[in-house]
Write a protein that binds this ligand. Structure first.
Ligand code: PHE
Length: 341
């Protein structure tokens, strides 16, 4: 009896199968009612009482071994079967490719650029990582101007030169003026960075479109007309504009421009805080110091510049209340602009 058990054990340790059917045959051979292990159990009756304990233990061990072996074989085939299915099922319908839509900021940027291109502006772009000269110094920022302060600017390195993330795309204007003589008529779209706490109304990065026109005899009236043309194409032909005196180091005189509130039509509402006007941009006549710094003779040429945030224009156009929505990539928000694509 012990011999038989030993032989069967060796046999079972060696078994292999090449298909699920073969595994099933092995199960019948060893573990079914007519299988060899059941036969051993039947013989157990004849084992003398003093050996029963030892033999019984061995038979049980053998049975567990056979069960484990067969279960393992079964599992390996089940896994392979899954794999095969994956590899060969060519009839499964393909999952549809999800088409994305343009981001609202891109939509509005493209629209803004199209309007300015229609007025003769060309597009100029520049680096987001800049130096102090292009972002501040060339633009007539005094060395102790608060906008250079760590509060607003992300500095990357102080040494040897100040390397920083641009805080406005006016740096691109400097780059273009350094390399070209007037007439210059450009718009500069791009991302800018400021060290602000993130909230519904402020973010540490946003996007701008800035414009620059330098030529002989450029006047403030030219600036006003271009901005009026822009506002009417962007927000509708009834839109009114108003210019308020302001200050920027690189323009003199400087102004901020409001448009009549799109939501209440100028009557006054919560959005325009009851004033009927909303601010959309800063602008002014390029300061002669800036022209000089960039190698353009202010005795011969003059020019204007303006700059606005794309987020602000998009908020007005699509009534987006929270700035953070633009960078969260929530597809439910992005899908709302499908129709505008
Ligand atoms: N650069 C200014 C800003 O980022 C905007 C501006 C551009 C103002 C040109 C006047 C002229 O706020």
């Amino acid at each position: 009896m012990l011999n038989k058990i030993e032989k069967l054990k060796e046999e079972i340790l060696q078994v292999a199968a090449s298909s699920m059917e073969e595994v099933e045959q092995l199960r019948i051979k060893y573990l079914s009612k007519k299988g060899s292990i059941s036969a051993l159990m039947a013989d157990f009756r004849n084992v003398p009482a003093e050996h029963k304990k030892e033999v019984g233990q061995k038979v049980n061990e053998l049975k567990s071994l056979a069960q484990e072996k067969i279960a393992a074989l079964k599992e390996s085939f089940a896994l392979n079967a899954d794999k095969e299915l994956e590899e060969v099922d060519l009839t499964r319908s393909a999952s549809p490719i999800e088409l994305g839509t343009r981001h609202p900021l891109s939509l509005v940027k493209n629209e803004m650029l199209r309007i300015f291109e229609g007025m003769g502006f060309t597009i100029a772009e520049g680096p987001e990582i800049e130096d102090d000269w292009h972002v501040f110094e060339s633009l007539n920022f005094a060395p102790d101007h608060p906008a250079r302060d760590m509060q607003d600017t992300f500095f990357i390195s102080r040494n040897p030169a100040d390397i920083l993330l641009r805080t406005h795309t006016s740096s691109v204007q400097t780059r273009v003026m350094e390399k070209n003589q007037p007439p210059i008529r450009i718009v500069c779209p791009g991302r800018v960075y400021r060290n602000e706490a993130i909230s519904a109304r402020a973010h540490c990065f946003f996007h701008q479109v800035e414009g620059l026109y330098i030529d002989k005899n450029v006047s403030f009236a030219d600036l006003k007309q271009v901005l009026l043309g822009f506002a009417r194409q962007m927000f509708g032909p009834e839109t009114k504009i108003r210019l308020r005196p302001s200050y920027f180091p690189f323009t003199e005189p400087s102004a901020e421009m409001d448009i009549s509130c799109d939501i209440c039509g100028g009557k006054g509402c919560a959005f325009c805080k009851g004033t009927g006007w909303v601010e959309i941009l800063g602008c002014g006549m390029v300061d002669p110091n800036v022209l000089k710094a960039c190698g353009i003779d202010p005795e011969i040429y003059s020019g204007y510049a303006f700059g606005m945030g794309i987020e602000r224009i998009t908020n007005l156009k699509y009534k987006v209340k929270d700035l953070r929505m633009f960078s969260e990539n929530d597809v439910r928000f992005l899908r709302e602009f499908e129709a505008a694509n």
